[in-house]
Write a protein that binds this ligand. Sequence first.
Ligand SMILES: Nc1ncnc2c1ncn2[C@@H]1O[C@H](COP(=O)(O)OP(=O)(O)O)[C@@H](O)[C@H]1O
Ligand SMILES: [Mg+2]
Length: 329
Amino acid sequence: MNNPNAENFLEIRGLKKYFEAGNSTLFSRETRQIHAVDDVNLTLRRSEVIALVGESGCGKSTLGLLLMGLEDPTAGTVTFEDQDITHLNDTQRKGLRRKIQMVFQDPYESLNPTQTIAEIVTEPLLVHGIGEREERVKKAMEDAGLKPAEVYLGRYPHELSGGQRQRVVIAAALVLEPEIIIADEPVSMLDVSIRAEVINLLADLRISRQIAVIFITHDLGSVGFFADRVAVMYLGRIVEVGTMLDVLEKPQHPYTKALLSVIPVPNPRLRHERIILQGETPNPINVPSGCRFHPRCPAAFDTCKLSDPPMTTLTKTHQAACLLVAGSK
Ligand SMILES: Nc1ncnc2c1ncn2[C@@H]1O[C@H](COP(=O)(O)OP(=O)(O)O)[C@@H](O)[C@H]1O
Ligand SMILES: [Mg+2]
């Protein structure tokens, strides 16, 4: 059921996922926990594209899996069209699958090599007992840029290029007519030359099918300029969120500034001095006290070791979690 109130589309509140990491020492009883997702708050509007950006290991994929119900959250809630989808039974979860689909990073792994493209794209319809399969498969394939569909139907994954395979994965997601696609690094395994094509495809889909997209990437430079908003994630937490312009032109969090500084940009207005982050790569088992970014932060001061900065509102659209933003220095 379509909810006209766009604000109540997808709401993530206080979402956490801690994995057990085994005992800290052989004789210790204390189990250590991996804080993969650690208090994430985010709202997605209908047919909105959000880029979720952060370096490898910061919890992006886990967040996607939580939204899909493929991982159980440790705490927090996710509501979709006013329904709490945090803990669903199998039947309810299956119903939701039609509306929220995920496209994974590796099109080679996501496709069964023994099935034809027709079988792969038809399978979700069979699972959900949906009829008019031929027309739906053809439309999904053509919307995913596999035109004319007849050329591809009888082929096997190994007969296609990497870009075409990723289009098959997208077609298999589209065939259920979802309202949200979570695209987890959908272009990072593809040649640079075809990345733009796949990004443009996702951009077209949000217009032609009004699909909302959570575009997960470790590379702020590949956000593709099709995202409406950008959420920057660090060690399980969103540390800055804003419109594309907010984040690219007025980044506030020192981590966002560091990510931006290393992207090659043709526009001199956006060019920054390269900020090379110091310190060890973050470890989600030992999350630093205070601001979790402070050991690597070029702007940190003493208070940052003690105080965990909340998200501070800069404008109606732009928020960041940094004491410098809060103006306390
Ligand atoms: N099933 C799991 N069991 C234990 N640790 C996990 C599991 N899945 C992810 N992690 C850990 O959680 C953290 C976040 O991982 P992930 O969500 O894959 O990050 P990203 O997608 O941003 O690279 C990493 O430290 C990763 O090793
Ligand atoms: Mg990942």
